[in-house]
Design a protein around this ligand. Structure first.
Ligand SMILES: NC(=O)c1ccc[n+]([C@@H]2O[C@H](COP(=O)([O-])OP(=O)(O)OC[C@H]3O[C@@H](n4cnc5c(N)ncnc54)[C@H](O)[C@@H]3O)[C@@H](O)[C@H]2O)c1
Length: 433
């Protein structure tokens, strides 16, 4: 069993890597964080979190000032002095929806150069099934050491939810699959120091890889079902939100919430990792692909709602200003990765609209780089048509009088359509009738 005296090196200090490193450090481990971005490294060494996440700034400040966490761009130096290396680097998809594993490969190449006998490598990045076997083990064995005999390896997926990351990391169950029992035991002895959640041991590396992908594919597919039901309900004159809420009282039903599309670094990407490997092995993964297609088409559906509403007031879209409320992919976060707001902005602009956007969490420069004109809340509300995309807390207080030009597309079920309609606002929403 490993004790707390050794150093852990965490490769990748982003949304998941930094809180993980900080929690290891808080629980008495000596932690060095490695990131290729010198600005991130500098901020952490100054005791600041570059990521907006409740509680993280204070935690980073505490563990850095206590000397338990430091950061560096020098992965070789960090690896040399560490017994455990944790990889939490990004794993996006490319333009063909295939996994881009360059960061994982690069981190593992660095680790292989300083890997020592009895070291443990922990992979947390989300990866397609068989990545440990086909890519990571051969890269680590470039060290001249043999996986299992000389060094340990586990895969343990992270499930923390942004905006509640620290709570989830310290309470969620932790799934661990490894190359051998010794690796799993060692990893379990580390993670049980930071989480009260159950440690769930699975048979091997590939099972653990698949667990993460199944979870997010379940959610993405369920959201696609909700979106499809919502569009059908709109056409049938049914309020889908009311119907879904009622259906979910069935003890074995949990239909998710329809919306403008699925964003973020997980749900909109991870199902493609299953598709990629399934197709390579001759399986079709048709339901998973269809779900992705439905969710990716939702911004187009929102544009249809906009056009229908503008038609009601005889305003051509190419002569309209559109005010988007919320660019982040979900409420109360600043994360815009894969946000459905971006395809929405692009379609609206292609149709000739002037697109303005407000987001209390996202800096104006980011809004601009995503294609919209950044404006304050009031200016967004004064556009010809207002589209609510993100369920930020602030937006839950919007009243009919706030919608200056009386056209409101509310893609999240956070406001009551009737409150707006009885005050003369044209109110449309995904699944709302
Ligand atoms: N964000 C989430 O909610 C979430 C949840 C569960 C799992 N994950 C998975 O965790 C992994 C990391 O995601 P994230 O959201 O933390 O990403 P992120 O983009 O926020 O952070 C990744 C960090 O890794 C750094 N990096 C890139 N290449 C590196 C290298 N070779 N060596 C060292 N650092 C490197 C980047 O500079 C960045 O700071 C991904 O595989 C993701 O799918 C993310």
């Amino acid at each position: 069993m490993l004790n707390k005296k050794f150093q852990i090196a965490v490769f990748g200090l982003g949304y998941i890597g930094l809180p993980t490193a900080a929690l290891f450090a808080k629980n008495g481990f000596s932690v060095v964080g490695v990131d290729i971005n010198p600005e991130i490294v500098e901020a952490i060494n100054q005791g600041r979190s570059p990521i907006l996440e409740p509680g993280l700034d204070e935690l980073v400040k505490d563990v850095v000032s206590a000397g338990n966490l430091s950061a560096t761009t020098d992965g070789l130096e960090a690896g040399k002095n560490s017994k455990v290396m944790v990889v939490i680097v990004p794993t996006p998809i490319d333009e063909n929806n295939k996994s881009d594993l360059r960061a994982v490969k690069s981190a593992c190449e660095t680790i292989s150069k300083t890997l020592k006998k009895d070291d443990l490598v922990i992979i947390e990045s989300t990866i397609p099934p068989k990545t440990c076997e086909n890519i990571i083990i051969p890269l680590l064995e470039n060290s001249g050491l043999s996986a299992s005999d000389d060094f340990g390896l586990v895969y343990t997926p992270e499930r923390a939810l942004p905006n509640n990351t620290l709570h989830e990391m310290t309470h969620n169950a932790r799934v661990i699959g490894g190359i051998n029992n010794k690796s799993v035991d060692q990893a379990a002895s580390i993670y049980e120091k930071i989480t009260n959640g159950k440690i769930i041991r699975v048979k091997d590396l590939i099972t653990a890889e698949m667990v993460k992908l199944m979870e997010n594919t379940y959610r993405d597919t369920n959201i696609a079902l909700a979106n499809e039901l919502a569009i059908i309900c709109e056409n049938l004159g049914i309020d889908a939100i009311e119907a879904i809420n009622a259906a979910n009282h069935h003890p074995r039903v949990n239909i998710h919430t329809p919306g403008p599309g699925v964003g973020g670094h997980c749900l909109s990407i991870d199902p493609y990792f299953i598709v990629e490997m399934a197709e390579r092995k001759g399986s079709k993964a048709e339901l998973i692909k269809t779900a992705r297609m439905i969710n990716e088409s939702m911004p187009l559906h929102v544009v249809k709602l906009v056009e229908d509403s503008l038609k009601d007031i005889r305003k051509p879209i190419d002569d309209s200003t559109i005010g988007i409320l919320g660019i982040a992919y979900k409420g109360n976060v600043a994360d815009t990765r894969e946000t459905p707001a971006v395809p929405l902005i692009n379609i609206l602009k292609n149709r000739g609209a002037t697109v303005k956007a407000n987001d209390p969490y996202v800096p104006s420069t980011n809004i601009e780089s995503l294609g919209a004109i950044p404006v304050n809340f009031q200016e967004a509300l004064s556009c010809d048509c207002v589209i609510l995309i993100t369920d930020h807390e602030l937006y839950k207080n919007i009243t009919p009088d706030d919608i200056k030009n009386r056209v409101f597309i509310c893609t999240r079920p956070i406001l009551n359509p009737e409150d707006f309609r009885k005050k003369g606002v044209i109110f449309k929403g995904v699944g709302r009738f």
